[in-house]
Design a protein around this ligand. Sequence first.
Ligand SMILES: [Zn+2]
Length: 141
Amino acid sequence: MVATDATTPDPRMVPVTDDLDTGPYFAGARDHRLIVQRCNSCDAVLHLPRAYCHHCASWDTRWAEVSGRASLYTWTAVTHQVHAAYPVPYTVVVVKLDDVDANLIGSLPGTPDLEVGQDMEVWFDEVGDTVIPNWRPAATS
Ligand SMILES: [Zn+2]
């Protein structure tokens, strides 16, 4: 997370959040809800979100909330600075959602000790007016 104040805008890049296919994902994030797109015909999870089900050719989809729990699938440490707003090192993580068959990405500061399969949880990173689902090791309690 980059420290900002009221006079300094957050320098991090943000995704397009008003896209017809992905907009609802970010609208859910604004409400601190993790949602995924599903096909109403075959119930497949459509991630990345899209208008059309690539499993059964249906155009009938819906958004469904998931728990925000996942397991760590893989990760990589980034040590080469490519953008001033993203100080290195940081770790890009890929998590596998517990509820449905979908993988999402996130990042952690530094190079924490991680283990394949460890429990992860979503948190909602506010970047200016944009809210981005991100992942961290789950609290152990
Ligand atoms: Zn389908």
